[in-house]
Design a protein around this ligand. Sequence first.
Ligand code: SF4
Length: 306
Amino acid sequence: MEDNNQALLDKIMSLKKSRNAIILVHNYQLGEVQDIGDFVGDSLELSQQAAKTRADVIVFCGVHFMAETASILCPDKTVLLPEMHAGCPMANMITAPRLREKKKEYPGAAVVCYVNTPAAVKAESDICCTSANAVKIVQLFPREQEIIFVPDKYLGSYAARQAGREMILWPGYCPTHARIQAQDIIRLRKEYPNAKVVAHPECRTEVTDIADAVLSTGGIIRYARESGVKEIIVGTEIGILHRLKKENPDKKFIPVTEQAVCPRMKLTTLESVLWSLENMTHKVKVSENIRARAWAAVDKMLKASI
Ligand code: SF4
């Protein structure tokens, strides 16, 4: 079995070289996929890597909107999504026509759009944000400026509270993070009195309200590395535990719930990465009329995040 795995890994590495490919992997991917990544990170970090790579091919081990974002930033590169059905349910809770209708309702409003959206929605937006920089992006706007925040109502509500302002929130949410419940955190705190609780801002408001730190997955990785805390209760998709444990073998990580699994993130396997590189599938390409407008929104975010 181990020999088979090694043979698979050898093939992936050899094809990666011959295709001049880079493998970008989100923190929620299976551990075996994270282990072959040239870079593993959150949406913001992965966009930054895509924007600066010199590779000809980007294999994006994540979900569809992430590969689209890479295509928006690197139109001359081939972007591959190993699993064609790896979509994000939250991203599918909004469409460009529906956003256009909302904009008509609030004609003066600016649109801040979480990266978890289709490219066509980004093209209708003034600026993008990720969970790592949502508060900072919202704060770029003058207080009197009306803002429509799409599509995650929980991230939007968190950013609004942190920025001390109101926003018009789209009613989208992440079904995986919605499984993370405050009562589980309260129970685990009793069991691990010395632990700190970190939660992703896609979690419900009652969860982010009681967490010790609300962070993107990249932020959670840094918190675990730098905080000196030995026990951490983790409120996000459990794929992140692979990296947390690997990088911090002397610390204990307790998931709020084992149910916080994103099925779409788990579709990608070593086999699918190999097939993707062998057959150059599935190519993700954003059409130029949408790309140029979406690029402006993503680029504004990247410049504001430096
Ligand atoms: S964890 Fe939630 S937001 Fe992230 S890809 Fe899965 S469904 Fe989408």
